[in-house]
Design a protein around this ligand. Structure first.
Ligand code: G16
Length: 543
């Protein structure tokens, strides 16, 4: 089959955001759009030649077309072997694991994560490097630069490929292995958690509910929770992956997972209620009568991890993104572990994980995972919670109450102002930045400001420095306001305002988060002139 060199012209908008390139489907369907981006990756990563490449996606609309394109281009660019999930499916953490396990030189993950899917929805591409982590800032910049000057790409015409048939096929000398998307991942989970204890916990009548939201985790949850752990089939909701995610928004949070919150607070609620997102890397955890905020989930899991089979040798460190609540810091302190604070974006954890400096990482954006893979991992978090419930025999609510009594509570909320005109969002950031200079030493409500700056991160492992990673006003350990612009949206700009307040007095542990954080919310509005500059009276999404 002859390799074709196709002449193309650059698109100038292929700058990846927080996690890969995400755009409307229609943007990706423009002639040569996807090809340009993929060729830019092949050009910047010569190690792919003669090596193994993992390919998969979250099953959203355009996934199969994109995979065919990628496989034809991989063959034309000299890749020796492609390993692809059956039906084009691989959850993001499972793909990362496969890259690690197979010693692959990288992976293409076709996903726009939790963003809605379908012809009018979003599509995306992430490139993960050897070792399984997302491409770092330097490589991402080089790929972007290449995409702005690209003039040709390599491909094959009309390849014959059956994505639904497991086994090996050959395309122009390149082997293509179509694999079950769950097998390797399920094996990994069995090595980390005590499946017998969890099975027993379920057998004793403890109920759980997991919502796969018609996205990629359906087959994983079905195999692991139902077939291997013995949960009834009805425990997994929306288990069939659909190209449009059933018209839903698989972003498991208090808004898009509202039905789960209602279930958690209903009579006879299951013991554990959880959900994952489009590509399986996020998680939401609820117990009977309680929502566990992601920062708390990270802290509780870190505290219990050494009791779980895969972590009995102990932890080497805990990492969280800067805007994430500092609940994990207290656990790290108590466990005499280093606590690493990184910018938003899972990629920043990967060097720490590779260097053995962190065992568990987490983000406020409903992401938690450990060193077992190089992506956040929704089902891992659910299994970790199940294992904690099984070994403690306590309900989620009791675990949280005890945790807060011991460590204090970090009230936390993120207020999103979505789909703002870019200039309005920039104006708020400028107003907030402008107010920082004179804030130190001043009062913010009851608290004194101890730090007001823009967060930069110096990665001590590779020496890189990431600047402009969010504005923050810190009042010692008591309170914090962080403001930044999202790097994952595809429409307008999204302003994120993160609010955190710490209380340790037993009488202050059970307030409503919105009440506890109201003074900080008002201060954020005042300092950033949010209402005045955006015309919005309230956030469009509060999680
Ligand atoms: C991605 C990143 C996360 C990040 C989140 C939100 O998650 O992998 O590290 O926290 O986006 O980023 P932003 O605040 O810039 O929108 P996902 O699940 O969308 O891949």
């Amino acid at each position: 089959m002859p390799i074709r060199e196709i002449t193309t012209k650059p698109y100038l908008d292929q700058k990846p955001g927080t996690a890969g390139l995400r755009k409307k489907v229609a943007v990706f369907q423009q002639p040569h759009y996807l090809e340009n981006f993929l060729q830019s990756i092949f050009d910047c990563v010569p190690a792919l030649k003669g090596a193994t490449l993992v390919i998969g996606g979250d099953g959203r609309y355009h996934n199969r077309d994109a995979i065919r394109t990628a496989i034809a281009m991989a063959a034309a660019n000299g890749v020796a072997r492609v390993v692809v999930g059956q039906g084009g499916l691989l959850s993001t953490p499972a793909a990362s694991h496969l890259i690690r396990k197979l010693g692959a030189a990288g992976g293409f993950l076709f996903t726009a994560s939790h963003n809605p899917a379908g012809p009018d929805g979003d599509f995306g591409v992430k490139f993960n490097i050897a070792g399984g982590g997302q491409a770092g800032e330097g490589l991402t910049e080089r790929i972007y630069a290449q995409s702005k000057t690209i003039s040709r790409y390599r491909t094959l015409d009309d390849i014959e490929l059956d994505l639904d048939r497991r086994g090996t096929q050959t395309i122009a000398g390149m082997s293509v292995a179509v694999v079950d998307c769950v097998d390797d991942y399920a094996q990994l989970m069995q090595s980390l958690f005590d499946f017998d204890r969890i099975r027993d916990w379920i057998r004793r009548g403890n109920a759980l509910r997991f919502d796969a939201m018609h996205a990629v985790t359906g087959p994983y949850a079905q195999r692991i929770l139902v077939e291997q752990l013995g949960a009834p089939a009805a425990a997994v909701l929306n288990a069939i992956p659909l190209e449009d995610f059933g018209g839903g928004h698989p972003d498991p949070n208090l808004v898009y997972g509202k039905h789960l919150v209602e279930l958690a607070f209903s009579d006879g609620a299951p013991e554990l209620i959880a959900a994952s997102d489009g590509d399986g890397d996020r998680n939401m955890i609820l117990g009977r009568g309680i929502f566990v905020s992601p920062g708390d989930s990270l802290a509780v899991l870190a505290a219990h991890l050494p009791q779980l089979p895969g972590y009995r040798d102990g932890l080497c460190g805990i990492a969280r993104s800067m805007p994430t609540s500092r609940a994990a810091d207290r656990v790290a302190h108590a466990m005499h572990l280093p606590l690493h604070e990184t910018p938003t974006g899972w990629k920043f954890f990967c060097n720490l994980l590779d260097a053995g400096q962190a065992t568990i990482c987490g983000e406020e954006s409903f992401g938690t995972s450990s060193a077992h893979t190089r992506e956040k991992d929704g089902l891992w978090a659910v299994l970790a919670w199940l294992n904690v419930l099984a070994i403690t025999g306590k309900p989620v609510q009791a675990i949280m109450r005890e945790h807060w009594l011991r460590y204090g509570r970090h009230y936390f909320q993120r207020h999103d102002y979505e789909n703002l005109p870019g200039p309005a969002a920039e104006a708020v950031m400028q107003a907030f930045a402008g107010s920082l200079a004179n804030l130190r030493g001043q009062k913010l409500g009851d608290w004194e400001v101890t730090l007001a700056d823009e967060f930069s991160y110096h990665d001590r492992i590779d020496g890189s420095i990431a600047t402009g990673q969010g504005l923050r006003v810190v009042c010692g350990e008591h309170a914090r306001i962080v403001m930044r612009l999202s790097g994952t949206g595809t429409q307008g700009a999204t302003l994120r305002v993160y609010l955190e307040r710490y209380e340790h007095d037993a009488s202050a542990l059970h307030w409503k988060p919105a009440d506890a954080l109201a003074p900080l919310s008002a201060a954020a509005d005042r300092l950033g002139r949010i209402g005045e500059l955006t015309g919005r009276r309230a956030a469009s999404l509060v999680t």
